[in-house]
Design a protein around this ligand. Structure first.
Ligand code: ATP
Ligand code: HSE
Length: 304
């Protein structure tokens, strides 16, 4: 039996579309046990109503993909999912499922793949590396893919930085949130994001939180997704007024995050209240960046 813990992640951080993400101290657990045959999937916590319990389950599919790549036949599997990360809310639930499935399967099949190989595989399965990289490695990760290889730099989160999150009570699937994006953008918008994402990476590395207000602005995805997240612009503005250093849509949305080093509870409450004024019920949380990524909590082997 193997039990792994995988953090939630917030991707993009504003301008870093598909290339920037941060792990959060908020975890899902994946337990995997080999059986003589068959598949049993148990789901606890978030996603009890929505998560598939058959062969289409994302954790199972990731695990089977890895077993096939390394030439290992697990027989059957029992998978127990203890979920805290809300599903399809922009907090990296699919990345946690992919990374959890790959890591558990790698351990069960004898640790044949390195962390780098797991990262490449996770990015291929997710389609982009920005959530899976911090889910696997922890911290803040800048990443891009070159011919299937993820190239990345990990940054330690600045001391004292925390994250206020408002999580609306509706799902927004990443696929739907990508369909509203244009295939082409203007040079002016590309340059707008280039300057900000470069500034953001440096500001996070050097702890220059006063730059976050500008550095977390975006023109590549948030303007197009506003129509999918009622109240988005008002919540972003209200969080800034309440003292946030920087604000953005979390991943593909609909959650919104605010980065700050003080007044986090107030900022979170203001975001939740502002969503409610737009007719959207939301829950609010204050989270810390997670400097560590996915890890095995327990490995039990059958006594011989
Ligand atoms: N714990 C889980 N176990 C298995 N599958 C999961 C789990 N959590 C999420 N999923 C799968 O991932 C899908 C949601 O992925 P999606 O990319 O739409 O949202 P997200 O990952 O939460 O958001 P984002 O990518 O914007 O951070 C679910 O519909 C489900 O198929
Ligand atoms: N970069 C991704 C994150 C969500 O998977 C997006 O914004 O669509």
């Amino acid at each position: 039996m193997v039990r792994v813990q995988v953090p939630a992640t917030t991707a993009n951080l504003g301008p870093g579309f598909d290339c920037l993400g941060m792990a959060l101290k908020f975890y899902n657990i994946v337990e995997m046990v080999r059986l003589p045959g068959g598949l049993v999937i148990e789901v606890h916590g978030e996603g009890v109503q929505d998560i598939a319990r058959d062969e289409s389950n994302v954790v199972y599919r990731a695990a089977m993909y890895l077993f096939k790549q390394v030439g290992f036949d697990p027989g059957g599997l029992r998978i127990r999912l203890i979920n805290h990360i809300p599903v399809a809310r922009g907090l990296g639930s699919s990345a946690s499922a992919i990374v959890g499935g790959l890591m558990a399967a790698n351990i069960l099949s004898g640790n044949k793949l390195s962390c780098r190989e797991l990262l490449n595989m996770a990015s291929q399965l997710e389609g982009h590396p920005d959530n899976v990289a911090p889910a696997l490695l922890g911290g803040i990760v800048i990443s891009t893919t070159v011919e299937g290889e993820v190239r990345y730099v990990k940054i330690d989160p600045p001391p004292g930085l925390k994250v206020a999150v408002a999580i609306p009570d509706f799902h927004l699937n990443t696929r739907a949130a990508r369909e509203v994006l244009p295939q082409h953008v203007s040079l002016a918008d590309a340059v707008f994001n280039l300057g900000r994402v470069a500034l953001l990476a440096a500001a996070l590395q050097q702890g220059k939180l006063d730059l976050l207000a500008t550095a977390m602005e975006d023109r590549l995805h948030q303007p197009y997704r506003a129509s999918l997240v009622p109240g988005m612009k008002k919540v972003l503005a209200a969080a800034r007024l309440a003292g946030a250093r920087g604000v953005c849509l979390s991943g593909a949305g609909p959650s919104i995050i605010a980065l700050a080093d003080s007044n986090l509870e107030l900022i979170a409450r203001v975001m939740k209240d502002t969503f409610r004024e737009s007719g959207i019920m939301a829950r609010a949380m204050v989270l810390e960046p997670s400097p560590v990524g996915a890890r095995a909590l327990e490995i039990k082997t059958k006594p011989s």
